[in-house]
Design a protein around this ligand. Structure first.
Ligand code: URA
Length: 205
């Protein structure tokens, strides 16, 4: 399936892939979710950003990184004079996984087999776009892109080789920055996130 998605992406492009992903039933996550949240951005983007999976707002709006984590990501990029509108932004897993608690829907991490089931879509996107740089937000994204186990704290803030050799920057997930207990910890985490992303400055964007 993986190879089929890659071949299709190269021949027919992202639009066909997106259309097919709308009806994906490769794992059970499609059923409680509102819909597939596919990647978004130009198909000739020079940078691809990969997150973990859509959150509550992304699920409702059908677009990646439009909720609080996306806003924090924008603020970090803004400090560096960068703007993700010219980039392609996607996730390792394309459906929101949650636990219903009263009116709230609480994020749950996708299981390894759910992550694996979704991988052909990401690989298809990467094959169609062939970006110059990839940015991995968090360990789930990093492992999907690099195709191996990743020790996030040891490997963050560095370029690594994606499976096709494209340089991929690994950093923390913006939601992790938001989850820090108090203001000082959150500020320190934010500064570290900005420092990692600074490796993108000076890249051809
Ligand atoms: N977190 C992610 O990993 N991706 C999104 O699209 C939103 C929040």
């Amino acid at each position: 399936a993986q190879q089929a998605a890659t071949l299709e992406a190269q021949s027919k492009g992202l639009a066909a892939l997106r259309e097919r992903a709308r009806a994906c039933r490769a794992c059970p996550l499609w059923e409680p979710a509102t819909g597939t949240v596919f990647g978004e951005g130009p198909d000739d983007a020079r940078i691809v950003v990969v997150g973990e999976q859509p959150g509550d707002q992304e699920d409702l709006l059908g677009r990646p990184f439009v909720g609080p984590a996306g806003q924090l990501f924008d603020r970090a990029l803004g400090e560096l004079g960068l703007d993700r509108r010219a980039w392609y932004v996607t996730n390792a897993v394309k459906h929101f996984k949650f636990e219903q608690r009263g009116k709230q829907r609480l994020h749950q991490r996708a299981a390894p087999d759910e992550q694996r089931a979704c991988l052909p879509w990401l690989q298809g996107e990467l094959a169609a776009i062939r970006a110059e740089r990839i940015v991995c937000l968090g360990v789930t994204a990093a492992e999907a892109v690099l195709g191996r186990r990743v020790a996030l704290l040891a490997e963050r803030g560095q370029w690594h080789a994606a499976q096709d050799g494209t340089p991929a920057l690994v950093t923390v997930h913006p939601a992790w920055v938001l989850r820090q207990r108090d203001g000082a910890a959150r500020e320190a985490a934010f500064r570290g996130f900005v420092d990692d992303l600074a490796l993108l400055a000076g890249q051809p964007v």
